[in-house]
Design a protein around this ligand. Structure first.
Ligand code: PLP
Length: 366
């Protein structure tokens, strides 16, 4: 800590310098976050001091959180789902498993996940002392539903399916998985942290939400394809009363009990998320998804013309390739299987993709 504070001017010139060292998102094809929508930024700014950890003091913000959950519930075909705004997919996945662990009378509970599951499940299993059983994926990197049945046993407290995998942007066969979950009486948690704001707007209908009887809970993140400010995820569950299992007494707050993981929670990000959904509506979100999918197709065609084969045909705006180098100045990432991975977020405009194709093509020619 400095003995005497710095001048504002000097401080902000230091901060500008550091911001200059960050990536501007312009040549970033690896991120599942994006530049927040201006409406989200404006709304966030307006509610900067609002703490949802003490909702009695911020009644308006708490009402907006309830509205946000209602809007998302409506999108996911269950208007009366229980839910709250989390800090992101990791917290949503952890909290869902915490509920299902508490429901299960077992001294050695386990969960069953596809091998493509996000690493947040590894953290959740560690924190909750859950065994993690992994089901292999098929050639299209989707969970092999036939292998699922064998992995479930009497100690299984939840099955997880992914609606939009982080690495390949594919959706597991959730209808088949939901049937198995329903028949075996095991809750199914759907991780739609990335795909939740994409799948409802695709031309092709892919069942993944509460319209499937076997689906018990869904993680869906506004701070990814919902274009809100960070941090804002959300967890929705079929029965609102399930959250009671997580309640602890909160003697010194304006509410008596709390089921959330964090105490202090950003009201600004939650209002930002609500504002974007309200501003864009379904038609606005659909237009954004259409653009991202068009750009994904363009990148795949362009890359294949240059001789880089796709690893898989994605359901969502993630494209992966058999490629071993990236042109200088670009950020892509690599999957566990060694494929080049790109995500066509809203900041990845068509002009950016054409520029990337030119650069990787030139690189190829050298
Ligand atoms: N689940 C999926 C499918 C993801 O893609 C991610 C992050 O990319 C997460 C969960 C974790 O989300 P967060 O980083 O917001 O905690």
């Amino acid at each position: 800590m400095l003995e005497e504070g710095r001048s504002e001017e000097e401080l902000f010139s230091f901060l500008s310098l550091k911001k200059g060292e960050d990536s501007s998102y312009h040549h970033v094809l690896s991120s599942m976050c994006t530049i927040p929508h201006p409406v989200a930024a404006r709304a966030h700014q307006m509610f900067l001091e609002a703490n949802l950890g003490d909702p009695g003091l911020f009644r308006g913000t708490a009402e907006i959180e309830a509205l946000l959950i209602e809007r998302i519930g409506d999108l996911l075909h269950h208007r009366r789902a229980g839910g709250y705004a989390t800090s992101g997919g990791t917290e949503s996945n952890l909290q869902a498993l915490r509920i299902f662990r508490k429901m299960k009378a077992s001294s050695r509970p386990n969960i069953v996940v596809p091998e493509s599951a996000h690493f947040s499940f590894e953290k959740a299993c560690d924190i909750l002392s859950l065994g993690m059983r992994t089901v292999p994926c098929d050639d299209s990197f989707r969970m092999d539903a036939d292998a699922l049945q064998e992995a479930i046993d009497a100690d299984t407290c939840a099955v997880v399916a992914i609606a939009g995998t982080t690495e390949y942007g594919v959706v597991d066969p959730i209808a088949a998985i939901a049937d198995i979950a329903h028949d075996t009486g095991v809750p199914l948690h759907v991780d739609a942290a990335f795909g939740g704001f994409v799948i409802p707007f695709l031309k092709q209908e892919i069942p993944f939400d509460f319209s499937l009887e076997g689906v018990s809970s869904i993680a869906i993140d506004p701070h990814k394809m919902g274009m809100s400010t960070i941090p804002c995820g959300s967890l929705l569950v079929r029965e609102p009363s399930w959250f009671d299992l997580l309640n602890v007494e909160t003697p010194y707050l304006t509410v008596k009990q709390e089921c959330t993981l964090a105490g202090t929670r950003s009201g600004g990000a939650v209002v930002g998320a609500f504002a974007v959904l309200e501003y864009l509506g379904k038609s606005g979100l659909a237009a954004i998804v259409r653009g991202c999918m068009k750009n994904t197709k363009r990148l795949i065609t362009g890359m294949e013309t240059l001789g880089y084969r796709r690893a898989v045909t994605p359901d969502l705006n993630v494209a992966t390739f058999h490629a071993d180098h990236v042109p200088p100045g670009w950020r892509v990432s690599w999957t566990r299987r060694g494929h080049m991975r790109t995500v066509m977020m809203p900041h990845v405009h068509l002009s950016v993709i054409e520029e990337f194709l030119r650069d990787i093509g030139d690189n190829n020619a050298q």
